[in-house]
Structures are given as C-alpha cells and as structure tokens.
Design a protein around this ligand. Sequence first.
Ligand code: ZN
Length: 272
Amino acid sequence: MSLPYHYTIQEASVLTSIETSTGETLSEEQLSVLLENPLFALEVKEALEEDGEVDIENGILKDSSFINTPMDCVLTSLIEDNNNLWKRTSEAFRPNDSPFNIRFSTYNNPIDTSSARTGIPDENGLITIRFHLANISSGGIDIATDIFHETFHAELHRIHFSNNSPPNSLSQQQFQWFEKMWRFYSDQNSDQNYVATASEHYFMAQYLINPISRGLREFDSNSQTLEHYKYPSWSGLESVGIRSGYISRTEINNLSNLYSIVVNDSNTPPCN
Ligand SMILES: [Zn+2]
C-alpha cells in the first residue's frame, strides 16, 4: 500500500491497523474514503478492534453484539436488495456525503420498554442506533419498521445539526416547521435526546408514514397494497398522530386489521 506523500505517520498507522484487523488490503476506493475522512477512519479502527464489522463505502459500523442478530439479517437484506427507502434514508451517512455515520448496536435495560433508541451524534458525528435485546420485534416486517424508524431519527438528527445540509435536504417549509418543534421542546426540557425524539416523532407522523409504508411494501415484495403496510409505520407514533389529528383510534384499528392480512398471507418476507 503506498500512501500519498502528505500523509502523516499517525494517520498511516490507523490505516495499517485497519488492514491488520481485516486481514486484507484496502481497495483504492476504501483507502481514499478513509484518507478524506480521518475521524471516520478512527471509528472504523475502533470498531474492528472490538470485533465489529464495517461497511466503509456506506459509512455503516456494526458492533459485535449486533452481528448475526435478526436485525442484522434485515439490515443486510435491505442493503443487498437495494431497498429504495433504505438507500435514500441512509444515503447521507456515506463518508463522502456528510460528516455523519451510523453505528448499529444493542442494549439491555429491564425498565426500558422501547424496542430501539437512536442517540444524538457524538463529537465525531457518529450516531448510534441501539436495539433493545429484550424487546426485539418478531418478524422481518416489524424489524424493518424499527430499522426505518430509527434511521429516520438519525437522518433527522443530521438535518437539525447540519442546518438542513444536502443530500436530501427538507423543503424550507418542512425544515422551518421541524426547527420550530425543536425550539418548542427545548424550552420545556434540557435533555437533547428528549427534544430530538419528541420533535422528530411529530415530523414522522406528519410526513413519513407513506414513505415508511412504501419501504415496507417493497421489503415484502409488494405483496399487498400500500394501505396494508401503514399500521406498522404508525408504531411508536400513534399517540402523536392522534393528538395532532392526523389519524384516529378507529383508523388505526382498521389499519391493524389490514396489516393482519400481510402477516397471514402466503408471501414470506426476508428474515421471518
Ligand atoms: Zn422514535
């Protein structure tokens, strides 16, 4: 491996240690991604030292606790099948597209009823999505729902902290509305994770039910209509949706009946 002349010893040692950890030589493309993104290179090194996996081009890190879980199976399937929603939602996390990257991990906390949590970015721009091992959803579609929901949290974190930078910037109207929600919750609570989650749930309930439903339908080989996939898309967003008048309890119940057709039809989604 030949390094460009301006490369410092310290950066070179990061790359050498990445090559040692993976046991293979980095491709020209991987090398140039890491050269241009030294903070990401450090995260990659750390992940590999802890027996994690890295997808350098897509800016995705996996903790060892995440590898080979049902969530890993669904994530791999979304990536390999080129799911359109996954591609768009995760696009910004490729190292050359923004300074933000994603790490997938797991946790266990008996008093936490969530199925997953997405923290705000650390000082290197790394956003960690953690799945709660005790509350893992069952079935490929429910897990795909969690992955889409949490990746949208990560993307909306990025939108807020990057002041709506491309790719996939929100329209000015959407961005201003989102920032207004953020300020509203900041005035009530100093916990950034609380503020982010609350404002993002309002945004998702208003704008992202259809995109998530389309992503789930594609994951399920388009076996039913879009309407059939809206129930899981509302999961975690029902109370916000009802409070805001976007949906009623009766409509949610009707969507739940439609979704049971998806669960019981002859088509089996990946990782079921
Ligand atoms: Zn959420």
